[in-house]
Design a protein around this ligand. Structure first.
Ligand code: NAP
Length: 315
């Protein structure tokens, strides 16, 4: 009899349907994927693994014998908060294609800032013909804050495009060709040198609200920020203040405290803010499904559980 893998997800409409087509195809011959609501009591009790995407925690709790859950997202802060500490292990999605996609976005929006696109767009609207001095990429320091799977790929891509790249992480790192910093003192050093800072760390108890008024005073005057990590890492009021005072030049924001960004939010109309609808590195169904299938196949064959989230660190 085929192993039944519950799919527990509150994602809606099209997205749900895409997964409900892709997962069974990728897991064909390995296991049968069934939506939570279609499971029999026996299947709920037998389940050792579940695939989750924005799941209702009560449904996960109803699968009493789960050993681990495979998330379809890279960021798992909600799962870490919502699943009990003695609950199933949490395996987040780590997909080399996602790192590629994110590094492409980081390069694209770094170039957008480097080549002053927001300024030239505003000038076009004002029918203003005015050029501004251009630096070489080598003269521009870009910091990548969070140099994990996505951050490292991004840092290397920026470097390959000539930027002076530095990195920051929680624990010290030795990465060939990349000057790296860690800890709180390290953050101050990094921010004081950065022309553009790219946020790519997870949302945890340590990073929530990390970019507050104090952090913004550590930025080099006129620097810009790209947040491709999670909204609550930045205190929005402090960011607005930093932009309005001229301490910061521009912010490219892909993630927000509340998504979709509420209609009346000041970010929408702010001339120094570029709002993106959480698109920097979407999960790509085709590659992600294959990785999920490999993880599950390996577990069923050998009992090996992929690297799980450290619940204490929150990522
Ligand atoms: P990862 O491999 O776990 O890397 C996380 C990095 O952040 C590591 O370098 C880690 O340091 C560092 N970090 C964690 N806590 C820190 C702290 N308190 N201070 C300094 N550095 C800290 O994660 P990833 O796969 O690269 O993903 C990063 C985040 O990107 C995800 O958590 C998710 O929120 C976000 N994301 C966004 C999108 C989007 O479309 N906008 C898509 C995918 C992911 P150590 O190396 O010392 O552990």
């Amino acid at each position: 009899m085929k192993t039944v893998i519950p799919f527990v997800s509150e994602v809606s409409g099209m997205e749900r349907q895409v997964w409900r087509d892709a997962l069974p195809e990728a897991l064909d011959g390995i296991a049968e994927v069934k939506a939570f609501d279609d499971l029999s009591d026996a299947e709920r009790n037998a389940a050792k693994i579940a695939i989750v995407a924005n799941p209702d925690p009560e449904k996960v709790a109803a699968l009493k014998n789960l050993v681990w859950v495979q998330s379809l997202w890279a960021g798992v802060e909600r799962l870490v908060k919502e699943l009990p500490e003695d609950g199933p292990l949490i395996v987040r999605l780590t997909d080399p294609q996602m790192a590629e996609t994110m590094s492409e976005a980081v390069l694209a929006w770094t170039l957008y800032l480097h080549r002053s696109m927001p300024t030239y767009m505003a000038q076009q609207h004002a029918k203003l013909w005015l050029d501004h001095p251009l630096k070489t990429p080598q003269e521009v320091t870009v910091s990548v804050l969070g140099i994990g799977k996505l951050g490292q790929a991004s840092a290397l891509r920026l470097k390959a495009n000539g930027f002076n790249v530095i990195g920051w992480s929680r624990t010290p790192k030795g990465i060939d060709g990349l000057k790296t910093y860690s800890g709180n003192d390290g953050l101050q050093d990094v921010l004081s040198q950065s022309d553009i800072a790219v946020l790519l760390m997870p949302l945890t108890d340590d990073t929530r609200g990390l970019f507050n008024e104090t952090a913004f005073t550590n930025f080099k005057s006129g620097a810009s920020l790209i947040n491709f990590a999670r909204g609550p890492i930045i205190n929005s009021d402090a960011l607005l203040q930093a932009l309005n005072s001229g301490r910061l030049n521009h912010a490219v924001l892909d993630v927000f405290d509340e998504e979709p960004l509420p209609e009346g939010h000041p970010f929408w109309d702010h001339p120094q803010v570029t709002v993106l609808p959480h698109i920097s590195a979407p999960t790509i169904t085709s590659t992600a499904s294959k990785i999920v299938a490999e993880n599950i196949g390996r577990y069923l064959e050998t009992g090996e559980i992929p690297d799980a989230v450290d619940r204490k660190q929150g990522y």
